[in-house]
Design a protein around this ligand. Structure first.
Ligand code: IPM
Ligand code: MG
Length: 349
């Protein structure tokens, strides 16, 4: 049995996490889900986004499923729950899969997840505030390796590396590391300067397979790229460390539509698929079921339909049930599908 920590968060985080667990349970009975509290409500009561003892428990789990929490900028001293988890669990790589569910293609955005302008290092006095944009050799090497291994696993010949090395010293350093590692691994690096790349990402997104970037650039580029998935509600992500990984849809907590039963569960459901892949279980079954469902099923309002969350969940589960696979064909199909749908073995337990 695997033990998966579940932090639903607030707003729509609760509904989408419940949906993801329901779909995962339709695929496997090998997971015990253990729930933990966290987020802004906990902070208001106890002054921390998550309890220290819970954090210690979570570190012992096999993986984490996360919903969404609000990160307000007007609550004094609030430290974002998701940023706390990324830091405490040493989750250095953030992989966001922008899927075109209707045409079976994806863009993989690999965002450095622990350094850059999110380092938390700063200097401040009454007249000047400086946030340090930290790039370390170790951090740059690890994230470059992650992107390159991902590309190799998918049989891509190149990665797109997005930087601002014409201005920033840190990116010049980062760039040297990426280029030398890629050369050693036989992967071509398609280099792009971040500002002009935004135009390309709007106009011709699908020619980029794996996009590698620093933390804040990756944050912005992944939201921008989300328009190509038709709704931010369908985009899953994984935050990977050396010991554990955390999976979350990239959307926020959307309090305005929370509790109405109309949120799109697909981003969380696909995050569940990435989690299964990480544990070496069959995440591809969920990917296939989602792709089959969206082509014919009623969708939630963000995708122009009038379905409720529960309709989409039930639709996906019935697609899973329809994928009755003859055990004799199983191995072959698995090997065939794994190239398209799963996280590289390297990142699995
Ligand atoms: C994200 C979010 C977070 C980030 C916020 C909520 C702190 O935008 O996961 O992309 O900036 O990383
Ligand atoms: Mg963001």
């Amino acid at each position: 049995m695997y033990r998966v920590a579940v932090i639903k968060g607030d707003g729509i985080g609760i509904e989408v996490t419940n949906a993801a667990m329901e779909v995962m349970r339709a695929v496997t009975d090998k997971i015990d889900f253990v729930e933990f509290e966290g987020g802004i409500e906990l902070f208001k009561k106890f002054g921390v986004p998550i309890r220290e003892r819970d954090l210690e428990e979570i570190k012992k789990m096999d993986a984490v499923l996360f919903g969404a929490t609000s990160t307000p900028f007007n609550v004094p001293n609030y430290k974002s729950l998701i940023l706390t988890l990324r830091k405490e669990l040493n989750l250095y790589a953030n992989l966001r899969i922008i899927p075109d569910l209707w045409r079976d293609r994806e863009i993989y955005i690999v965002r450095e997840n622990s350094e850059g302008l999110y380092s938390g290092e700063y200097e401040a006095n009454n007249s000047r505030v400086v946030d340090f944009r930290v790039i370390t050799r170790e951090g740059a090497e690890k994230i470059a390796r992650f992107a390159i291994e991902l590309a190799k696993d998918r049989n891509f010949k190149e990665i797109t590396f997005v930087h601002k090395a014409n201005v920033l010293r840190g990116d010049r350093f980062f760039r040297k590391i990426v280029l030398s590692l890629a050369e050693r691994e036989g992967i071509k690096v398609n280099e792009k300067i971040v500002d002009s790349f935004t135009i390309e990402l709007v106009r011709k997104p699908w020619q980029h397979k794996v996009i590698l970037s620093e933390n804040l650039f990756g944050d912005i580029l992944s939201d921008l790229a989300s328009i190509h998935a038709k709704s931010i509600g369908v985009i899953p992500s994984g935050n990977y460390g050396e010991e554990i990984a955390l999976f979350e849809p990239i959307h926020g907590s959307a309090p305005d539509i929370a509790g109405k039963g109309i949120v799109n569960p697909i981003g969380a459901v696909l995050s569940g698929a990435m989690l299964l892949d990480y544990l070496g279980l069959d995440g591809w079954i969920i990917w296939n079921a989602v792709k089959n469902y969206v082509k014919k099923g009623n969708l939630t309002p963000d995708l122009g339909g009038n379905a409720m969350t529960v309709d989409v969940v039930n639709g996906i589960i019935s697609e899973i049930d329809d994928q009755e696979i003859d055990p004799i064909e199983w191995d072959e199909l698995w090997v065939d599908e794994i190239r398209i749908n799963t996280i590289p073995t390297l990142f699995r337990k």
